[in-house]
Each structure stands twice: as C-alpha cells, then as structure tokens.
Ligand binder design. Structure first.
Ligand SMILES: [Zn+2]
Length: 297
C-alpha cells in the first residue's frame, strides 16, 4: 500500500487536501470511516493526548490497523498535539503513522531543540513514522469558545513567517509543518472564526516545500479552505465540528426512547450526525462539490 506521504503528494498534485478528524470513541471512528469509504478518499484519524488517554494508544493503533487491513483502505493515525517526549515514545511504540510534536507555544529555539529530540526518539523506534512540527500558538481547546484564546496568533504580526518556517524545517527536518496562518483551535460562539491568511500560506509553502497541515479547521469559511488548499495546504484538521455533531446526536438518541438502555440502539443518531459532518468536509476538501460563489460567471 502507498504511504501517507504518497497520499499527501497525490493530494498536492490534484490540488485537494486529506481530511484529518479526531476521535474519542468507536462511534466517531465508524462515522469517519463510513464517510471516507462512501467518497473513496484517504483519511487521517487523530487522537490528542486527552483522547489517547481515554482510548489507549495501543487500542487506537489496533483499531486503525484493523480497518486498514480488513478493507485495504488508506487510513492513517496521527498522535495529535503531543507535548512530551515520553508521549512521543509511547505513540511510536504503539504504531502511530504520524506524531505531531507540538512545541508551538515554546520559544523558537526551544521548539527546534525539542522537536529534534522528538524526531530522534520516534524514528529510532519506527524509522517510517512521520513527524509534524508546529510553529506558532493557535489555542489548544477544540471546544465552543467565547473569545480568542490569550496569546493565540491572529494578528498578522503574530503569524508564522516564511523565514521562521524555512529555518525551522531546515534545522529540525520535520516531515510536515503546521503553521499559524490565522487558523484557530475551537469555534467562536457568536461570531465566525478569523479568516485565513492565504498569501502567508503560499509564502510558507514556497519556502519549505514539505506538506503543510492546517489545524483548527472547524468554523473556517468554505472558500478559505479552497484557497488554502490551492496555496499549499495538504491536510486539514477538523475536531470541534464533529464533537458538536456527536453531542447533539447523543442527546437525540437518548431523547428518542427514554427507556432504551442498549448503547448500540442509542448511538445511531450520533453516528449519523458525525458522518454527515465529516462527509460535508471531505466533499469540500476533495473538491467533490462546487461552491455557489465559485460557479462560473
Ligand atoms: Zn490541532
């Protein structure tokens, strides 16, 4: 089977992006896989440290591997936002395909130093594991938020620059890069999330050449996504939107029959809601839909 890197290169050539969705449970995993298989597109599954603590690293890796092998399907697992070298080691040992070492909140030199250590540790365990580095702080919570998190890079002066990106990539040798380009983790409660800086994405891509990952996709405008892909983004992360769909679906499932206690009879509305949310995003990222505003004039 082709590697994750092969799929990202293919996405780049086709000017599409691979969707990355986080899970805490089997309901979301099934929903994401159903949506991807229906559209026949490669897919990435993420588990943050909190999500991993709940599922178990080895269990998450076994689930994804079982799907890949049973259906011969391009599904890959990322250890999302890993902050400690100990957690890097555990993820590499468990068989994750990718590890995001997140030193985005650290001073630049410290981020470089720790990211290099993360690569050394991970690749000594599994030479084939991909390491993503993070530059710039974009908040840390995939929830509905009432304001922009303190310290998050949203002003142009705080965004990742092409010079920083080039230096970071050449010093660390990361496989993929997650820059701060106006994206934000979480979804703002009453207003749309900030717009992406497309020009900055294009500059960074030109300076580093490696796959770029856009975090905090939830709440981003559809046309920003398409412009970001054309400017060089190859992977897009969505979490908050599917957590919201999951929650509404669970509530609907419980309400449908207050006496029901069989989990597999309560879960289907959650599965359907997450699947619909993932499907909509995958259609957009893989350009299987045309936006009304993008119609030919
Ligand atoms: Zn993220």
């Amino acid at each position: 089977m082709k590697t994750l890197f092969d799929y990202l290169k293919e996405a780049e050539e086709k000017k599409v992006a691979v969707g990355h969705f986080n899970i805490s449970d089997l309901v979301a995993l099934k929903a994401i896989v159903n949506a991807a298989k229906e559209l026949n597109v490669p897919i990435m599954i993420g588990t943050s440290e909190g999500e991993r603590d709940f599922i178990g690293e080895h269990q998450a890796a076994a689930l994804v591997k079982s799907l890949r092998e049973e259906f011969n399907y391009p599904i890959f697992l990322n250890a999302d936002h890993t902050h400690s070298l100990e957690k890097v080691k555990i993820a590499a040992q468990a068989g994750y395909d990718e590890i995001l070492f997140d030193g985005g909140a650290l001073p630049f030199e410290e981020n470089v130093k720790q990211t290099k250590q993360a690569i050394e540790i991970a690749k000594s365990i599994n030479p084939d594991v991909y390491i993503e580095g993070e530059l710039g702080y974009i908040g840390s919570s995939s929830e509905i938020i009432s304001e922009i998190p303190a310290g998050a890079a949203v002003q142009i002066a705080q965004l990742t620059t092409k010079e920083e990106a080039a230096q970071f990539v050449s010093e660390t040798k990361v496989d993929f890069l997650a820059p701060a380009v106006g994206n934000l983790h979480g979804m703002l409660k009453d207003v749309p999330n900030p717009r992406l800086n497309i020009e900055r994405i294009r500059e960074i891509k030109g300076a580093v050449g490696i796959p770029l990952v856009l975090h905090g996709g939830s709440g981003t405008a559809d046309d920003d996504f398409l412009a970001a892909i054309d400017a060089g983004v190859n992977v897009i992360h969505i979490n908050t939107e599917i957590r919201l769909a999951w929650r509404k679906g669970i509530e609907a499932g419980l309400k449908a029959d207050p006496d029901e206690i069989a989990p597999y009879k309560i879960f289907p509305p959650a599965l359907e809601a997450v699947q619909a949310a993932v499907s909509a995003r995958l259609k957009l990222f893989n350009k299987l839909v045309t936006l009304p505003s993008a119609n030919n004039q």
